[in-house]
Design a protein around this ligand. Structure first.
Ligand SMILES: Cc1cc2nc3c(=O)[nH]c(=O)nc-3n(C[C@H](O)[C@H](O)[C@H](O)COP(=O)(O)OP(=O)(O)OC[C@H]3O[C@@H](n4cnc5c(N)ncnc54)[C@H](O)[C@@H]3O)c2cc1C
Length: 392
């Protein structure tokens, strides 16, 4: 089996790469190897699915702007045989809260950048925030940024539609596991699958998310990206409160993110110290001891809530500087490309990352958003590029 491009991992990133390649270059032979076609363990399905423009780095803002455009256009771009695709983009806004002078200072600088890039983001003082969201406690708040056009999507719907469209464009999805890569004369020549089949390819793309380090190891090198377990708690609240945006808060240095979901809410805490191994057990104790006090601190009505469900998944976390890596690893095969390390913003950045990978393959360099700052060569060069916005 010979392909132009073999993509390992068929979540939102792998499917975005495949779609962008297939749209640009019809006739390209593209295989997506995905071992879990039901996506039971994929971050793409278990994500909070937020899309926001509030970042500190221009590249990250621009990637999110493309994410907005991409998901907003689903009805037009992802329809197959008259069957419309929708991602139920709910623009209920994002709210980042600053409770320390340092956070407030960086929030103001980020806000200036976001406005310069044409984003609709309002910088509010505590009174302005309370006027919009009366259910929030404000006595420790210095300022907040609110982006009313941001929101969240149906990530399952988004992935299914993207996959269906990619297949309609001729992409082959292969339900199998990539088990080994055959490297010779400095290039990856083929991928051996668990079933025993071997796929030859001119390019191999590692879009394996939190498993990307395992796939890179098959090509003989290590990347500093590891899984960070994160539990999502679903709870309901008896009190009637106004429609809240996706809110991130770090009062007293303890961060939490929460947003409405159906008739209730979901919440999560990023504990980067847990980075290392996969852990599929939801942290129920952490809801009582960590999450609930933080939730009730910010929203007093959350004193009376009931935990209904919880599930675990993993950020692909870059232990080097917390930001994405993209491109070919220096010294590794040049036809083996990676994009991973997106922590909690890979759903909104999947469209731009997939497009960027398609550009590396078809144009030989970044053509739309220059992502050179995030190229993986910065790791061996020891050049850190942390995102200084809220990273929850
Ligand atoms: C709890 C949580 C909340 C999040 N919230 C947000 C958010 O609000 N906004 C946002 O933008 N992002 C968010 N993210 C991040 C976002 O969900 C991820 O960055 C994104 O979904 C990653 O997509 P992916 O395709 O790289 O990985 P995945 O969706 O995990 O897909 C990788 C796929 O690779 C496959 N695979 C792995 N190894 C192999 C192999 N050897 N052979 C074949 N297949 C293989 C796996 O089966 C898997 O399906 C969140 C993540 C989590 C965990």
């Amino acid at each position: 089996m010979k392909y132009d491009v073999i993509i390992i991992g068929g979540g939102l990133h792998g499917s975005s790469t495949a779609w962008h390649l297939a749209v640009r270059e019809p006739g390209l032979r593209i295989a997506v190897v995905e071992r879990d076609p039901a996506y039971e363990h994929a971050a793409s399905i278990r994500s909070t699915a937020g899309v926001r423009v509030m970042f500190s780095q221009e590249e990250n803002v621009r990637m999110s702007q493309y994410g907005h455009e991409f998901y907003q256009g689903y009805e037009r771009t992802m329809t197959v045989d008259g069957e419309e695709a929708t991602v139920s983009f709910r623009r209920q806004g994002y709210l980042h809260i600053a409770t320390s002078p340092d956070m407030a200072e960086s929030m103001r600088a980020n806000h200036a950048l976001q406005r310069r890039l044409g984003c609709h983001v309002d910088l509010l003082d505590a009174a302005g925030t309370a006027a919009r969201f009366p259910s929030l406690r404000m006595d420790d708040v210095i300022c907040a940024t609110h982006s009313p056009d941001d929101g969240w999507i149906d990530s399952h719907g988004a992935l299914m539609a993207l996959r269906r469209k990619a297949r309609a464009l001729g992409v082959s999805y292969i339900a199998d596991s990539a088990a080994a890569l055959n490297v010779s004369s400095g290039l990856v020549r083929s991928a051996a699958l668990e079933s025993g089949e071997a796929l030859e390819g001119d390019w191999v793309v590692n879009n394996a998310g939190a498993w990307a380090h395992e796939v890179s190891a098959m090509a003989g090198f290590d990347i500093p990206v590891r899984p960070m377990p994160r539990t999502t708690w679903f709870f309901d609240c008896r009190a009637e409160i106004e429609p809240l945006p996706l809110t991130t808060d770090a009062a007293n240095g303890h961060s939490i993110g929460f947003r409405p979901e159906g008739a209730g809410f979901i919440a999560g805490i990023s504990d980067y110290a847990r980075t290392g191994d996969f852990d599929w057990e939801p942290d129920l104790e952490g809801f009582e001891s960590e999450a609930w006090p933080r939730l009730a601190h910010r929203v007093p009505a959350f004193e009376a809530i009931r935990l209904r469900n919880a599930w675990a998944c993993h950020y692909a976390y870059n232990i080097f500087d917390g930001n994405m890596i993209i491109g070919a690893w220096p010294g590794a095969p040049e036809n083996f490309l990676i994009a991973t390390g997106f922590s909690g913003h890979g759903l909104q950045h999947a469209p731009a990352a997939g497009r960027a990978l398609s550009e590396l393959i078809l144009d030989g360099g970044f053509a739309t958003i220059d992502l050179d700052r995030f190229h993986c060569r910065r790791v061996p060069e020891n050049r850190r590029e942390p995102e200084r916005g809220v990273t929850a």
